[in-house]
Design a protein around this ligand. Structure first.
Ligand SMILES: CC(C)[C@H](C(=O)O)[C@@H](O)C(=O)O
Ligand code: SF4
Length: 476
């Protein structure tokens, strides 16, 4: 009988080419990578490295590149941007695609979008895979029971040249979210609550498996939101055991394997769960009933609270957190003891690989239907991919957003990290469906409050952070 293994260990074992050094838990192995994801921002040096060393891409068909970080989201955008550096990245990316025989989607491609939205919607993420990308939010793919992790530029070069990576397996951690979430609580609230509970380094050095009835109850897109943001509590890999919902999601998409192959794959997918006695180095249990709509008040994703709470008094916090909290409140321009529901906003942003999928847009549109954003608020929505945008338009969601006063833009990372023209001005405060609220993340001096898309919509309507469950009823 083999020793019980975690889901993470099973997938690592099945991709272990050979042991490079050490043994047991200290071994460094050579890990086979099924898919490589590239973007224009983190891949250039890797390609330059390949050129310098005279190397080719060993398995170009395993890689896909998408322009997403620096591109414009203007409704009538072209392949050209004003920023010369960004233009260079976009052009070099296209050249690299041609020279190395790798498929690349430029901004005008009908399949363009944020890489972590595009891969799953094409059917390129299947259970049991190992996927690496030059981007930390590659953890998103854990929603399918596949290992996804971010790598640096020199690793991208190694990966393209060999389709493998030297790899030190991670420790195992499990977070179980038990019971039922209260009405109005979304996947985003679950992950923000977990991050707030265990801290921004709570899962550092671990592969984080999430299970429990509250996770099983989520649709696949909600699960992606959670795995995406798991990196904000330090997890290098997030994982959820795949189930029938995942099987349905991964079939019938433009790049899904054939129905026959999928049928055969299901036999091995059925093994993708942690054995009952598998060892976890760390375990936490969250009671789903405790979770409320959550917003950040600070400059780290764990500086968060329920919307019905107030900003903290740093001296009442654990010693180790006081200095950061004081600095964060000052950067955010917030006094202590201020009810979060009194915090006024200037901006609202819906999009990103955390919450830019069709279900996220539907959630926000449900709140906005028949309502108007508050005077003085600027609100934009950037669908996670061009195909999400088309789907939303087919459902009439664009009209709801526009009628409410939102700008309906093209897809890309956009204001999630403000590498294009979608930037906050210093001092501006934004309700944002994104995943990072670091200082300057959405523009130098800009202030970010993270929350779910429905909560962003509610904040846009009220002009201040708002419990979406308490929005005044529509006058009909
Ligand atoms: C630009 C890229 C390196 C970065 C990441 O790795 O996550 C970005 O996507 C982000 O969200 O901060
Ligand atoms: S949308 Fe944001 S988090 Fe996602 S890849 Fe782009 S910048 Fe990173």
């Amino acid at each position: 009988m083999t020793a019980p293994r975690t889901l993470y260990e099973k997938i690592v074992d099945s991709h272990n080419v050979l042991t490079l050094s050490g043994e047991g838990r200290d071994a460094t192995i050579l890990l086979y990578i099924d898919r490589t994801v590239l973007n224009e921002y983190t891949s250039p040096q890797a390609f330059s490295g390949l050129r310098e060393h005279g190397r080719k891409a060993w398995r170009p068909q395993a890689a896909l590149g998408v322009v997403d970080h620096v591109n414009s989201t203007a409704p009538l955008r072209t392949n050209h941007v004003d920023d010369a550096d960004a233009q260079k990245q976009i052009d070099y990316f296209a050249t690299n695609g041609k020279d190395f025989n790798i498929e690349m989607f430029d901004v005008l491609d009908a399949r363009q979008g944020i890489e972590h939205v595009v891969l799953p919607e094409l059917g390129l993420v299947q259970p049991g895979m190992v996927i690496a990308a030059g981007d930390s939010h590659t953890t998103t793919y854990g929603a399918f029971g596949s290992i996804g992790f971010g790598i640096g530029t020199s690793d991208i070069e190694h990966l393209l040249a060999t389709q493998t990576l030297p790899y030190r397996p991670l420790k195992n951690m499990r977070a179980s979210v038990r019971g039922q979430t209260p009405a109005g609580v979304t996947a985003k609230d679950i992950i923000m609550h977990l991050i707030r509970t265990i801290g921004a380094d709570g899962a550092a050095g671990h592969a984080l498996e999430l299970d429990g009835d509250a996770i099983q109850a989520l649709d696949v897109e909600g699960r992606m939101t959670i795995c995406n943001m798991a990196v904000e509590c330090g997890a290098r890999v997030a994982l959820m055991a795949p189930d029938a919902k995942v099987y349905v999601y991964v079939s019938g998409r433009p790049r899904s394997p054939s129905p026959e192959l999928l049928e055969r794959a299901k036999a091995s997918w059925a093994e993708l769960y942690s054995d009952p006695d598998a060892h976890f180095d760390r375990e936490v249990v969250i009671d789903a009933a405790d979770i409320a709509p959550t917003v950040t008040w600070g400059t780290s994703p764990d500086q968060a609270a329920s919307i019905d709470q107030a900003t903290p008094y740093p001296h009442e916090m654990p010693q180790a957190k006081q200095a950061d909290a004081t600095r964060a409140l000052s950067y955010m321009g917030l006094a202590s003891g201020l009810p979060l529901a009194d915090v006024k906003i200037d901006h609202a942003f819906i999009g990103s690989c955390t919450n830019g999928r069709i279900s996220d847009l539907r959630d926000a549109a449900r709140v906005l239907k028949g309502r108007q954003i508050a005077d003085g608020v600027r609100a934009i929505v950037s669908p996670g991919s061009s195909s999400v945008r088309r789907q939303a338009e087919a459902e009439g969601l664009d009209r709801i957003f526009k009628d409410a006063g939102f700008e309906w833009r093209q897809s890309g990372c956009s204001m999630c990290l403000a590498m294009n023209d979608d930037v906050l001005s210093a001092g501006e405060r934004c309700a944002s469906s994104t995943n990072r609220n670091f200082e300057g993340r959405q523009g130098s001096g800009g202030r970010t409050h993270l929350m779910s898309p429905a909560m962003v919509a509610a904040a846009a309507v009220m002009g201040r952070l708002t419990d979406v469950r308490k929005l005044p009823a529509l006058e009909i």
